[in-house]
Ligand binder design. Structure first.
Ligand code: NAI
Length: 247
């Protein structure tokens, strides 16, 4: 039987690469993003802001009219607000939390019945939930919430046969990463130089490619491969968090 996955953030770097990996594996793919996408990668593409309750419930009405069950849900939307805490407006804090954490709550709540039993949820967190930096506090806090929520969901949904895991990517070459280089945490004049110097700080000597995160997501989403894994946060960061920053 052909499996079906719904991926949010489908117009973004990691989301679109993940769709490709699922397609290659023969899955039916439903992509969702608030930005339109003309990619051919999804079988269905739905435009919605997944931090808005009404839009999420409309989205699931549409999904429910197309399919009877969902084998996996991948929550991949995210926004990164790069600002010192004292300069951050409350609205910016709220927007970050809404896009990165509220969206996960709304999506899992609405997807629950289509996923049960035997489905899987993969939430895309970040290594910023484990170790972080300056001028990225709201993002780090929201991703910490994603890990705690993943753990709680795995317990609450276990009785319905739904596994829930998170993937914690490190630096991955997407628009979000390149925009975030404005924080000046990487040396170099041009963006390309900054990307290279950031890569050199990784144990494996480079930053990640979006499809490398896609492979991890598919592993966690596929019950044939990861059926004994739930409540777990899997780090995929080229060894960035393995190295002691003091040595
Ligand atoms: P991206 O900026 O390329 O893609 C994010 C997508 O999410 C965009 O298409 C955007 O339109 C969509 N989106 C944002 N808020 C939305 C909302 N409320 N409703 C619907 N769509 C919304 O970013 P990227 O790099 O592909 O990030 C994907 C995920 O991976 C995010 O959760 C991000 O936090 C996470 N991540 C990315 C890392 C990186 O280095 N690129 C590192 C660690 C985590």
């Amino acid at each position: 039987m052909r499996k079906t996955v719904l991926i949010t953030g489908a117009a973004g770097g990691i989301g679109s690469a993940t769709m490709e990996v699922f397609k290659k594996e023969g899955w039916q793919v439903i992509g969702v993003d608030r930005k339109s996408s003309d990619q051919e990668m999804s079988d269905h593409f739905i435009e919605a802001d997944v931090s808005r309750e009404k839009q999420v419930s409309q989205l699931f009405q549409e999904v429910g009219s197309k399919i009877e069950r969902l084998h996996a849900l991948v929550n991949c939307v995210g926004v990164q607000t790069c600002k010192p805490v004292v300069e951050m407006e409350a609205e910016e804090w709220d927007e970050t939390m809404a896009a990165n954490l509220r969206s996960v709550f709304l999506m899992v709540k609405n997807a629950h019945d289509l996923l049960s039993p035997g489905g899987a949820i993969v939430n895309v967190g970040s290594v910023h939930s484990e170790a972080t930096s300056s001028e990225i506090a709201a993002y780090a806090a929201s991703k910490g919430g994603v890990v705690a929520f993943t753990r709680a969901l795995s317990i609450e949904f276990a009785g319905d046969g739904i596994r829930v895991n998170a993937v914690l990517p490190g630096a991955v070459d997407t628009e979000m990463l390149r925009d975030g280089l404005q924080r000046d945490h990487a040396e170099g004049g041009s963006i390309q130089d900054k990307v290279r110097s950031l890569g050199n700080r990784h144990v494996i000597g480079r930053i990640g490619r979006p499809e490398e995160i896609g492979e991890v997501i598919v592993f966690l989403a596929d019950d044939d491969r990861s059926s004994f894994v739930t409540g777990h946060a899997l780090t995929a960061d080229g060894g960035a968090t393995a190295r002691l920053s003091t040595e």
